[in-house]
Design a protein around this ligand. Structure first.
Ligand SMILES: O=c1ccn([C@@H]2O[C@H](COP(=O)(O)O)[C@@H](O)[C@H]2O)c(=O)[nH]1
Ligand SMILES: [Zn+2]
Ligand SMILES: [Zn+2]
Length: 641
């Protein structure tokens, strides 16, 4: 291994000191085969939510943004060598989920410049860029200016603070020609999001596809070889918030045979759907766990100067359907976000080491920002791991069993502390598992990043109040999540030095028999728990094979309670406390239960500066500080600063 032992790399890996977890095996299966390269290739990120430091507690997703910078440079170089095009795409949701993005105001102030180090070709906006006005303006005034014509927000506008007039946050479309002459028209479409603050406007896809500018862009007066439709928008057309299907259909009705290549996000899953014989759609997970790869060949273009079948590498071979005759072929792959994967796929880019200076610099910047924000400051030591979906709701290791206790203990208004109370949160407010061991400032954003405040209706008759939670959970689904990963199932990769390219993995293009000819018989490897994806092309999309993690569906709302009589009697009235995020839903549920409440009956239970970001740190300080001296730092945890 040429790259792993350089002094510079030592420094990098110090940041990622990760010990083997008990029971971990010393060999983990890496990528299953080299990537297939076509005429046009894509790397896709989505829903990064600030996780640019990588997963410090899960080595399977342990690469950081600096590693991705180096990897993407290798892949660009490789594309150049092969005489093909490589495009880099991001589909939004850059904040809410990690201290690196969220421990500053506005969110993203320090993480966006790190994110900007990737040479993306096109990007689009997520709903998390629009919930809060200051973040929306940070996106408009800074982020969109950095990216210029590459930031495509076809249906999202904001009030320009200088003119008072709505204008597009980015551009309505991007028409460009690739390095090898493909002419591409790009649209960026956010799903029909309605939770934005009132400075922005999300134009419904059904309206957008009728707008004259859109029709003109589809019928552009320059030739179009391919439509690139990107969206913060689930790719599965059966998903309730998918609107990409409508946009694709509209393009198809006007352009019967031009390929439409789609990239989506928002539902945080790995997915790939074939829309028709020249349209496919890829979604690449969440939180820097997945890097999406898509390649295709067979695009008709009079100006393409590159290779349709690059030599010396595998090529895409899958037709969208058995009956396709248009010559288009595809491959898709979901790469696990770790250095083993990146180093494996970066081979043969003619660079002698994996780390580029630019990548090392970005890793250094992440370390500096983590230090500046004091992200490893400790609130306490969690006695166990609590997961979002790997345990049944109500089980002791389910995170909503913990939140129920933590809410009861911390959401207390001194003047009403003796009044019995229910405290209700939406389960979607919890974004990640909480891991046994050190619970840091960073972890507080990872687990519960939002700033939703606690409101209440006082003195609700108990007979009504006790049914609110069931009413909410039977109510319209507001928070359907579709998460695919869990820390419970994670297993570390070999630590720093061991994460060098495994020689038994084989070289670019090598088959099992080539390996045998070189005298290599693969050693017994262990399939670690992780993503097991099934999509329209089958079950071979995961680049690293995994065993499946149990996943239980959870209700949309969960509650804690406090100050109820301990003698078995029931109170006459209770305070019903909930988040401002869904206050109007609670009012309507209470009214369905026989109440006559209005939003005027709702007030803040606590100062609104105490939010969903506050109660777990408050609980950790209260309940987990005594454990700190004996905290098992070794449980997969390495601190960078
Ligand atoms: O203030 C908020 C904002 C959002 N949520 C939760 O987040 C999801 C949306 O997240 P995506 O990453 O866009 O999928 C929303 O459905 C809520 O569950 C929140 O709780 N509070
Ligand atoms: Zn998201
Ligand atoms: Zn989203």
């Amino acid at each position: 291994c040429e790259s792993c032992y350089s002094p510079a790399n030592e420094v990098i890996h110090e940041r990622h000191v990760r010990r083997m977890q008990p029971g971990a095996q010393d060999a983990t299966v890496g990528p299953r085969a080299p990537l297939e390269w076509g005429q046009l290739n894509f790397l896709h990120t989505t829903d990064t939510h600030g996780w640019l430091e990588g997963h410090l507690k899960e080595q399977n997703y342990g690469a950081d943004w600096g590693d991705f910078v180096s990897f993407s440079r290798h892949m660009q170089q490789k594309a150049g060598n092969l005489g093909v095009d490589l495009l880099l795409v991001d589909t939004g949701d850059l904040h809410d989920g990690n201290g690196l993005s969220d421990a500053v105001s506005p969110n993203g102030l320090l993480s966006n410049p790190i994110f900007d180090e990737i040479e993306y070709d096109v990007l689009t906006i997520g709903n998390h860029e629009l919930y809060l006005t200051d973040i929306a303006y940070e996106t408009f005034s800074n982020f969109s200016k950095v990216w210029g014509t590459k930031y495509v927000t076809s249906n999202v506008q904001i009030i320009n603070p200088n003119t008072g007039v709505f204008e597009y946050i980015g551009n309505q479309y991007r028409y460009f020609t690739t390095a090898h002459g493909l002419r591409i028209m790009t649209f960026g479409v956010l799903y029909d999001f309605t939770g934005n603050s009132n400075v922005s406007k999300v134009i419904k896809a059904a309206t957008m596809v009728q707008q004259q500018w859109f029709l003109d862009a589809v019928n552009y007066d320059e030739p179009i070889d391919l439509f690139l439709l990107i969206g913060h928008n689930p790719v599965r057309t059966t998903d309730y918030s998918n609107t990409l299907g409508l946009v694709q259909k509209t393009i198809r009705s006007m352009r019967p045979s031009t390929p439409v290549q789609i990239f989506g996000g928002h539902s945080h899953i790995r997915d790939f759907q074939v829309y028709d014989e020249s349209s496919t759609a890829l979604e690449s997970g969440r939180y820097c766990e997945t890097l999406g790869w898509l390649s295709m060949s067979g695009i008709n273009s009079s100006t393409f100067t590159g290779n349709i079948k690059p030599r010396g590498v595998a090529n895409p071979s899958r037709k969208p359907s058995n009956t396709s005759t248009n010559g288009l072929v595809y491959s898709r792959r979901y790469l696990d976000w770790n250095r083993l994967t990146f180093e494996y796929h970066a081979t043969n880019s003619q660079a002698s080491t994996f780390d580029y200076h630019s990548g090392l610099r970005v890793t250094g910047d992440i370390t500096d920002v983590r230090k500046e924000l004091n992200l490893s400051a400790l609130y306490g030591c969690a006695p166990a791991t609590y997961c979002e979906s790997c345990q049944k709701f109500g089980a002791p290791g389910n995170i909503f069993s913990l939140t129920s206790i933590a809410l009861g203990a911390t959401v207390v208004n001194a003047s009403r502390s003796t009044v019995p109370r229910y405290i209700i949160v939406n389960t979607g407010s919890i974004r990640f598992d909480l891991v046994k061991g050190p619970f840091t400032y960073d972890d507080s954003f990872i687990v519960s990043p939002f700033t939703d405040a606690f409101q209440y209706i006082a003195n609700v008759p108990y007979s009504m109040a006790k049914n609110v939670i069931n009413g909410l959970n039977g109510a319209a689904v507001q928070d359907k999540r579709n998460s695919a990963g869990s820390l419970f199932g994670s297993m570390p990769l070999p630590s720093s030095k061991d994460s060098c390219l495994d020689p038994t993995l084989g070289l670019e293009g090598e088959t099992e028999s080539d390996l045998k000819a070189r005298g290599i018989t693969r050693r017994q490897t262990t399939v670690s728990p992780g993503y097991v994806t099934s999509d329209d092309f089958g079950t071979d999309g995961d680049d690293t094979p995994h065993s499946e993690i149990p996943s239980y569906s959870q209700p949309n709302y969960a509650q804690g309670n406090a100050s109820f009589p301990t003698d078995g009697t029931t109170p006459d009235v209770v305070d019903v406390i909930f988040l401002d995020y869904f206050a109007s839903t609670v009012v309507s549920i209470l009214n369905k239960l026989g109440g006559t409440y209005t939003i005027a009956d709702v007030s803040y239970y606590l100062d609104p500066s105490f939010t969903t970001q506050s109660y777990l740190p408050a609980y950790a300080k209260m309940a987990w500080q005594a454990n700190v001296p004996n905290c098992p730092v070794g449980e997969g945890v390495g601190f960078s600063d």
